[in-house]
Write a protein that binds this ligand. Structure first.
Ligand code: ADP
Ligand code: MG
Length: 731
């Protein structure tokens, strides 16, 4: 019996045997740090003082790099790269496909006399033209220019992968529309810097720049590559479309923080070495809730670099997993009934004076500053909750949100009881001017009482999609396969908008005669009142919360089409236009891309499921049923018409049950294929996505239910698909 499943299982033990001892671990990881990065240190070594300063100015102040300096930087980068055996360069960018893209060009340039040199100029550094026709553009490029170009982003350092120098870049159409994740992210960073720095003038005039920070936590599954190859659904869709839950699941909770299996440990060590060299400051590794599920988290960094590092890491992980005969799954829900994967995005804002704006301080003045950024962030989430929800919408993340393992689709904010009490006090602050006693009381007994370390936030509410965790907000609803850039762009944009509005309102009150602090208290009080309904401290998984949230007027956008339908609201379009992050056309294009992707994901899953059901499941069921029939016939032959029946009762039942399941699958497949074909004819994309969601997707369940039942009935030896227990417990 050479089904893929058994072939894979036999290969596995062989590989496991070879794997155990194959990894060398360097003495000190720190010595490897940034070895493959054109870091500040390497720049200082390779660049002239003038060029180095110019890069710093670009990184820290967004000042444009003059052309003659770009030439110098190009030569320095090339020299540095050549000294490390590099032969090619590429603009490395993040198109809307969800993965990274690159087009490698050689430094090699033939010159006269049959000789050749390595050449790399400022022009080549600044701009490259990838063959961009296959990247998603939501109709932008069809109607304008056919081509796009990539442009160097000097705020994220170049790095070496293999023998290629990778230059982080943005990807833009010839007419200037953004076609990637990075360009809008950079614009949002600029917007929040401007707004937060403006507000900072109330508290500390030394601050001239505010940079948002991001610490992501990446969850993933590892599956043996031979077993992975034996599951067409994993290969084509990144998730299993069939499979009965294993007898031993995560119920036992013995995986979480349990010991990491040796083969996985080798993978992780290898990965850490690679991360160190690439300057990705990974610090923690541990098991997650589900079997074969793990998490990796770095130290937080500036958002732009952190986003690049996450995208880079996902590439590197896939490569290193391969080396260790694993396949890595970033899908949000690869296994039914098993905890899915997310990517928590911890977000805060840092000043160029070294302060974290979401960290409570040592005195009332610092705390008022903290409260300002804290409360405006909450108000921003209140105003733009649906935008945040839409920003994390995808077909795969839909399986996770609201499934009692990840935050619900209702966006709410958890802040912890200590801060909740402070906000309740602030809400009572009287309108207009305050007496000196009232001011002192407020400063000493409310604002001054915020502890520098917020203890109860370490015991944080795990069910909240948006939680304040002591000195940062943790956005928990982001999917494990998503690019962090989108959630970050939205967070920056909404914070920027709210801070802008805050500044205008406070200035107006100051102009009307209030003192600065009074004005700030007044505006904050109103913000608390308005946004109170989004604050929720209870259990986000409970049914009561859905009811309560509805009463509060909070949306529960359970599916991607529902969430994406809200994305083009005037309020959101104006936000982006006001801040110069997206034009309306860009928002529409992106919305369209997401809807199209949603539909094609479900269409592909439907195809694969039908194929599996027809080519794998039904034949196995029929084979086994025939065996049973032979058995019954044999019993009848031996024991005769009168006596065989009780002896064959079980088998006869099974034969009937199998037929019934086969019938269910056959009907299910017919219905699904028809629904899918019909859906593919529907326009526009929004309507099509709704049909895929409401009419196509539910049909998956009938087929799956019957197939999973059959898995329990059919002889294990002829079952063609690798089972959950093998995928999840084989290490
Ligand atoms: P958890 O229990 O969720 O793992 P941790 O306290 O270990 O929580 O931190 C989670 C993440 O938060 C880490 O990736 C860390 O880098 C990040 N983080 C810490 N401080 C900040 C900050 N100021 N801005 C952004 N991210 C931060
Ligand atoms: Mg976390």
């Amino acid at each position: 019996m050479a089904t893929l499943r058994f072939k894979a299982l036999s290969e596995l033990s062989f590989k496991n045997f070879r794997k155990e001892n194959s990894i060398e671990i360097p003495q000190k990881l720190s010595e490897l740090y940034c070895q493959n990065v054109f870091s500040e240190d390497s720049m200082r070594e390779y660049l002239t003082k003038e060029a180095f300063q110019s890069i710093l100015d670009a990184m820290k102040r967004g000042i444009k790099i003059p052309r003659h300096i770009a030439d110098q930087v190009a030569v320095a980068m090339k020299d540095w790269a050549l000294s490390r055996g590099v032969t090619h360069y590429t603009h490395w960018f993040q198109p809307l496909t969800g993965s990274t893209a690159e087009k490698h060009d050689s430094f090699f340039t033939p010159i006269e006399g049959g000789r050749a040199i390595e050449r790399f100029s400022g022009n080549m550094l600044i701009q490259q033209e990838p063959d961009a026709s296959s990247f998603p553009n939501g109709g932008i490029r069809n109607t304008f220019e056919a081509r796009g170009y990539t442009a160097w982003d000097p705020t994220s350092p170049a790095f070496i992968m293999g023998t290629t120098l990778c230059i982080p870049s943005v990807f833009i159409s010839y007419t200037g529309e953004t076609l990637d994740y990075k360009a809008p992210l950079l614009r949002s960073l600029h917007a929040v810097d401007e707004a937060a720095t403006d507000v900072m003038q109330y508290f500390d005039k030394n601050v001239t720049k505010v940079t948002p920070t991001l610490g992501w936590e990446q969850e993933y599954f590892l599956v043996d590559s031979a077993l992975y190859q034996s599951r067409p659904d994993l290969v084509f869709t990144g998730k299993t479309l069939l499979g009965h839950a294993p007898a031993k699941g995560q119920q036992l909770d013995d995986h979480y923080f349990g010991s990491i299996p040796t083969r996985v440990m080798n993978f992780m060590k290898d990965l850490e070495v690679e991360c160190m060299k690439l300057g990705i400051p990974v610090t923690t590794r541990h098991n997650e809730v589900a079997p074969n599920q793990f998490e990796l988290a770095p130290m937080f960094e500036e958002v732009n670099v952190a986003v690049d590092h996450n995208s880079l890491l996902m590439d590197v992980m896939a490569r290193i997993a391969h080396k260790h005969h694993f396949h890595i799954l970033f899908h949000e829900k690869p296994f039914k009934g098993v905890n899915g994967s997310g990517k928590h995005n911890n977000w805060s804002m840092a000043t160029d004076t070294g302060e974290n704006l979401l960290s409570p301080g040592r005195n009332p003045k610092k705390n008022l500053q903290f409260l300002t950024y804290f409360i405006t962030s909450i108000k921003a989430v209140y105003e733009y909750a649906d935008l945040l929800r839409a920003g994390i919408a995808s077909a795969s993340n839909d399986h996770r949100l609201g499934a009692n393992e990840a935050p619900p689709a209702i966006i709410s904010v958890f802040i912890g009881s200590q801060l909740y009490r402070v906000l309740e006090e602030l809400e009572k602050v009287k309108d207009g001017k305050l007496s000196p006693e009232e001011k002192t009381d407020l400063k000493l007994n409310v604002v001054g009482k915020i502890p520098e370390i917020l203890l109860d936030n370490t015991d944080r509410n795990r069910t909240s999609p948006f939680a304040f965790t002591g000195n940062k907000f943790e956005i928990r609803a982001v999917g494990s396969s998503a690019n962090c850039a989108e959630a970050m762009t939205i967070m920056n944009a909404i914070a920027a908008k709210q801070l802008r509005d805050f500044k205008i309102e406070v200035d107006a009150l100051i102009a009307s005669g209030l003192k600065k602090d009074e004005a700030i208290f007044n505006v904050l009080r109103e913000y608390i009142k308005v946004s109170k309904s989004i604050m929720f401290e209870g259990d986000g998984y409970s049914d009561d919360w859905a009811v309560e949230a509805e009463k509060r007027g909070l949306n529960n956008l359970k599916t991607s089409p529902e969430a994406l339908a809200r994305e083009l609201d005037d309020k959101f379009v104006s936000l982006y236009e006001e801040l110069g992050i997206y034009t309306k056309r860009e928002i529409e294009a992106r919305n369209e891309i997401k809807l199209e992707k949603y539909c094609s994901v479900i269409a592909i899953e439907a195809r694969v499921l039908c194929d599996l059901a027809r080519n794998h499941i039904i034949p196995a069921a029929v084979t086994y049923q025939n065996r049973l029939i032979d058995n019954v016939k044999g019993l009848k032959e031996i024991f005769g018409e009168n006596e065989y029946h009780p002896l064959a009762a079980e088998q006869i039942d099974l034969i009937k049950n199998i037929s019934q399941r086969i019938h269910q699958i056959k009907n299910g497949v017919d219905a699904l294929l028809e629904a899918k074909s019909n859906a593919l004819e529907i326009h526009p994309a929004q309507r099509q996505a709704e049909v895929f969601c409401n009419e196509v997707k539910p049909l998956f369940d009938t087929i799956r239910e019957a197939a999973d039942d059959l898995e329990m009935m059919v002889d294990d030896e002829i079952w063609p698909l690798t089972k959950y227990r093998e995928l999840l417990f084989t290490r």
